[in-house]
Design a protein. Sequence first.
Lengths: 221, 293
Amino acid sequence: MDRIVDQFFNLEIMVAAWPTVLQGLGMTVLICLAVIPMGLGGGLLAALGSTARRHWIRWPVVVFVDFFRAIPPLVLLIFVYAGLPFAGIRLSPFAAVVIAFFLNNSAYYGEIFRAGIQSVGFGQTEAARSTGLSAIQTLTHVILPQAVRNVLPDLLSNTIEVIKLTSLASVVSLAEMLYSADMARSVTYNASPIVLAAGVYLVLLWPLVRLVSRFGRGLAT
Amino acid sequence: MATWRMGTSRPADDTTSRSNPELSHRVRSLVFLPAVSAVTRPAVSANGLVPSLEICGLHKSFGPLEVLKGVDLKVAHSELVFVLGPSGSGKSTMLRCCNRLEEPDFGEIFIEGDLITGRGVNLNAIRQRIGMVFQAFNLYPHLSARKNVTLALRKVRGMRWDESNAHAMEALDQVGLADKAESYPSELSGGQQQRVAIARALALEPQVMLFDEPTSALDPELVGDVLEVMRNMKAAGMTMLVVSHEMNFAREAADRVIFMDQGQIVEQGLPAEVFGFPRHERTRAFLSRVKGM
Ligand SMILES: Nc1ncnc2c1ncn2[C@@H]1O[C@H](COP(=O)(O)OP(=O)(O)OP(=O)(O)O)[C@@H](O)[C@H]1O
Ligand SMILES: [Mg+2]
């Protein structure tokens, strides 16, 4: 029992590892701040493209979305970071993470936004256009507010997913929280820093998870 | 088909057109002449004014289905024209062509003498001049009644916040719902929602109002309030084209009744004429079917 406490819940080691883990948390937050807004923006464009009436806009976007939803994000990340240099494109770990996640998130957020837009009846568009609102004004003032409200739980639970997936950045040696904690583990030869990082994820994400549940329909993808 | 494309210019000195369009319509339907377009334009109505709404040779198909087969209609200023006809006869499609929610295949439509069909027309500008009320209300559920009305005022008319509010309150007052301004659509009855929808259209001060079965989705006891609002609009001089099944309203409020069938105007006249002495077999069949319900 003492051995377990010593190996996993060693307070002394946790305190020593805390600055490193905290620094990693900073990087995790930074990735999130880059990747979530970009994913939302790309997702919105993808949703508009995949609901476009013109098929030459629609089908390339549908292919894009399907493709990046089917590719495992870890494969995509390693390809961008370690595969593209073979084509002469060498990216920093951070840039690779941002690009890979942008593609992946755009596809996922795109599907959610698309469902949201399609949940708003066509009568709304007709009513808005009949009062002289332009297509863009109709979108921003009539369709999107309703669409977002209709899929808010899904947007939120996908965002939780994105935050968790940022730990994948550790495989390209980007010093986010998991990477930092794992470094601390290898230095201290003790699992407590990993437990510490897990605890930080838990504290950060648990309120969000509760919030999604409060919406009444949780969707975990 | 080229004839329907012609006549977009409207020479003011065309004296042949200075006949009474009501009369010519009546004569035309009396002798069952097929509707001919581009003949009597530019039309000038009895009071010497250009019609508020004029539809000339309107054709519309959905794929192989020809829904409108040459519709001609003039609605004079302050006139209430009531349209009835069996399901699928093209009533909604005709209305929707009038504000270009549906794109006509052939034909011209004029609002107060201005051509609104064809290329190069500023759709968002002309749509402010044509109010439309839908069967399903189509209020914006995320906005209060007041904001349903102010949205277009601010975004299309470019009104300031306070100005648009004052305007919206005036419109809501006209439909008797000033006290519901802050209510959301889900908090309103069907009849109230439809009246807010009317206020939303009315606030833009349109020259013509189109109603597509405005009371069909309402519980019977709520129909009266909406019809009351429409009656008041008529009294205030609004030009109205109304598709509806409310025959009693037509009898009492309509200046003219149009019977449509299979994409054409089959018959038209005063309500008492059309309801009392339908000339056309199809009208008779339809009316007896409706009365039997
Ligand atoms: N967007 C569309 N695409 C294909 N067909 C359509 C479309 N809109 C209408 N139609 C068809 O055109 C015909 C006329 O429709 P319309 O809605 O104008 O009839 P209506 O007279 O308003 O009938 P109702 O009394 O049932 O409302 C119908 O057969 C309908 O199925
Ligand atoms: Mg209809």
